[in-house]
Design a protein. Structure first.
Length: 655
């Protein structure tokens, strides 16, 4: 055995051979094509456990000349193709850097090349080349030996010691490999119809896989003073019958693939696009392919091909959508039944059909959705067309962003409730999250002073009593309760209740007394809870005076005979911005019961003394879980203020 060392670093070699097994097979086939082969056969053999034992790629090309061995295998990145534009039989070369032969390491760790070739002395010779994974930088080869002139020339590459962890299973998927090879070699095999490729016993038949072909010739528009030679490209679009990853191939004049990339805009269609031109052949020889759109001719062909592709896909989408609309109208998901009842519904159906058609064009995978998902979507479109066209875009965007599982969950949920109920519940949560943020601003920022919170704050809170407890959102004002509260106002050093205030009554806030809210809530049959909320101005510091006031007030009204003691519970809230030291100390000795300041032994009276920030924090924590599940975000205070302006405009001054 003889040996030679590859002239490159092992790191570069290892980096450059990390392709997939199917890419390695394609490189070996291209090597055979470059050798003027007319028959290329890929054979797979299996061990007794039905695992892949070896891969053989054999061709009938001109073989590898023994005298070229050192140049071809000893210098990575070098190939005799570098210096020849075409093969001996006139084919345009695919490769030129000599790197493809090393891609076989993506499949297995032992590679044997057997070459049979005709020498200049008129004899035929045969020799072997060996690669091993243990030392990729070293190539071993045998002496050449004379063989019969009757023996056919060619190369056999045998790959053993298969790397089962490197996606080699894809080689066993005949459908996958056939699809990959057909799309990659289509223009080349169509140009060179005498070449036959057989993969694991099955010949590649390009024609049988083609659904439709579109071909256009484009010519680069030379600017004045440029070379007057015509620069043309043939653009071929092939629509495949089977599922095929959409790709664009940059090819030489006769379909030799130079570069390839995914076709992003046609991901829903099995399409391959081939740009073929002698200009690409020259760019390859000059080492300028990587310039891409920086080259004006290359960029021109790119623009033209993109336009041709767009027209082709548009027509395909129109066809698919029209077919789907027939199914929609005849299916159970269609939201209209029978004939239109009037001209208005005729127009409404026409608008719906246009929208449904556009959806199926823009989102072709939608037709694969299950029946509940389609029914839900079309129902949303119908209602939006009929009642709120301006919201249609947002609604459809959110529906289509749902995963299949989320769409199924929504469809099942509608078996137990209605979509309006789901929307209303979500809106309530959204409104409350906005109000909590707005409440914090009204109490603790300059904004509160600007909207004269001591007047307007009260009226707004009348509609947001849930902040004190969920059940308090269900209460109502009661005249008897109002009369009882009036009777004992002297305990709070007030002259009257001020449940309703004329906003224009006074511009001097110091003339408006502290406010009180009250509502009554049924507990059970003939039993009630009365909620009384004493609101001090937000900047008020609570002291011993306010504590004694609320306590004496609570005792007095709780004893009033108009509310039988055994049937009535009393809940009092006293709120301020801060506490003095006395109040802070009093609240440390917390009583057992609902109130943090006082709880009667019989459980009928509770008094809670709170800072506004405590109430705000409690509500934030209470809704944190729902906020996270709704993926709800208040990214600015302006949103909360906009909510206030929209909902409570009648309670707010114009400024």
């Amino acid at each position: 055995m003889n040996s030679l060392n590859i002239k490159m670093t092992s790191e570069l070699l290892s980096r450059d051979i990390k392709e997939s097994p199917k890419a390695a097979i394609k490189e070996l086939i291209w090597n055979s094509c470059d050798a003027d082969s007319t028959l290329i056969e890929i054979k797979l053999t299996f061990n007794k456990f039905e695992g892949l034992e070896s891969v053989l790629v054999a061709d009938n090309g001109h073989g590898i000349n023994y005298e070229d061995l050192d140049e071809l295998f000893g210098a990575y990145g070098f190939s005799n193709k570098t210096y020849g534009k075409k093969s001996p039989n006139g084919r345009v070369y695919h490769g030129k850097l000599g790197q493809g032969r090393y891609q076989s390491f993506c499949i297995g760790n032992e590679i044997e090349w057997k070459s049979t070739y005709s020498a200049d002395d008129g004899k035929k010779y045969e020799f072997y080349i060996y690669f091993t994974d243990t030392d990729k930088m070293r190539v071993e080869y045998s002496d050449k030996s004379v063989v019969s002139n009757d023996k056919e020339c060619g190369v056999e590459v045998t790959i053993k010691n298969i790397d089962s962890g490197n996606k080699t299973g894809e080689l066993l998927d005949h459908t996958l490999m056939e699809t990959e090879l057909v799309s990659s070699f289509a223009p080349y095999l169509l140009a060179y119809s005498n070449i036959k490729v057989i993969y694991h016993g099955v010949p590649l038949n390009i024609e049988k896989h083609i659904q439709e072909t579109v071909e256009k010739e484009v010519e680069y528009e030379q600017e004045e003073g440029q070379n007057e030679d015509q620069v043309k490209a043939d653009i071929k679009l092939i629509s495949w019958k089977q599922k095929t990853p959409p790709k664009k191939y940059i090819c030489g004049e006769n379909g030799t693939v130079i570069d390839e990339e995914p076709l992003q805009k046609s991901k829903n269609h099995p399409i391959s696009m081939y740009l073929m031109s002698s200009y690409y052949d020259q760019m390859k020889l000059d080492g300028k392919v990587n310039l891409g759109n920086l080259d004006p001719v290359y960029a021109f062909f790119e623009d033209k091909s993109a336009s041709i592709l767009e027209d082709f896909i548009g027509g395909k989408n129109d066809e698919l959508a029209a077919e789907e609309m027939k199914k929609i109208r005849n299916g159970k998901a269609y939201p209209y039944v029978g004939d239109p009842i009037d001209e208005v519904e005729v127009v409404e159906r026409q608008v719906f059909d246009m929208l449904a058609l556009e959806i199926n064009k823009v989102v072709p995978e939608f037709k694969k959705s299950n029946a509940p998902t389609k029914k839900l979507t079309y129902r949303l479109i119908k209602e939006a067309v009929k009642t709120n066209p301006d919201s249609l875009s947002k609604i459809l965007t959110e529906v289509f962003d749902l995963s299949q599982e989320e769409q199924d969950d929504l469809a099942r949920l509608l078996d137990y409730t209605t979509l309006p109920s789901i929307i209303n519940t979500s809106k309530i949560i959204s409104d409350r999250l906005l109000f909590i943020n707005a409440l914090e601003q009204m109490v603790y920022t300059e904004i509160g002073k600007k909207i004269k919170e001591r007047v307007h704050f009260h009226k707004i809170l009348l509609h947001e009593l849930w902040v004190f407890g969920e059940k308090y959102n269900l209460g109502a004002s009661d005249i008897s309760l109002k009369n009882v509260l009036k009777a004992y106002l002297f305990h709070l050093e007030r002259e009257k209740l001020v449940p309703e205030i004329d906003v224009k009554a006074s511009e001097d806030m110091s003339l408006i007394p502290d406010l009180m809210l009250w509502n009554q809530y049924p507990i059970q049959d003939e039993q009630y809870e009365n909620l009384v909320i004493e609101l001090k101005r937000p900047t008020k510091k609570l002291t011993s005076k306010e504590l004694q006031q609320i306590k004496s007030y609570a005792f007095a009204i709780a004893k009033d005979d108009r509310f039988p003691k055994e049937n009535t519970k009393w809940t009092f809230f006293l709120l301020g911005q801060t506490f003095d030291d006395y109040v802070t100390q009093e609240l440390k000795d917390k009583k057992n019961g609902r109130g943090n300041f006082y709880n009667s032994d019989d459980g009928q009276i509770s008094i809670s003394v709170l800072k506004w920030n405590t109430l705000i924090h409690q509500n934030k924590m209470k809704y944190q879980f729902l906020k996270e599940k709704l993926n709800y975000s208040i990214d600015s205070n302006e949103k909360s203020l906009e909510y206030l302006k929209e909902k409570y405009s009648e309670f707010l001054p114009e400024e």
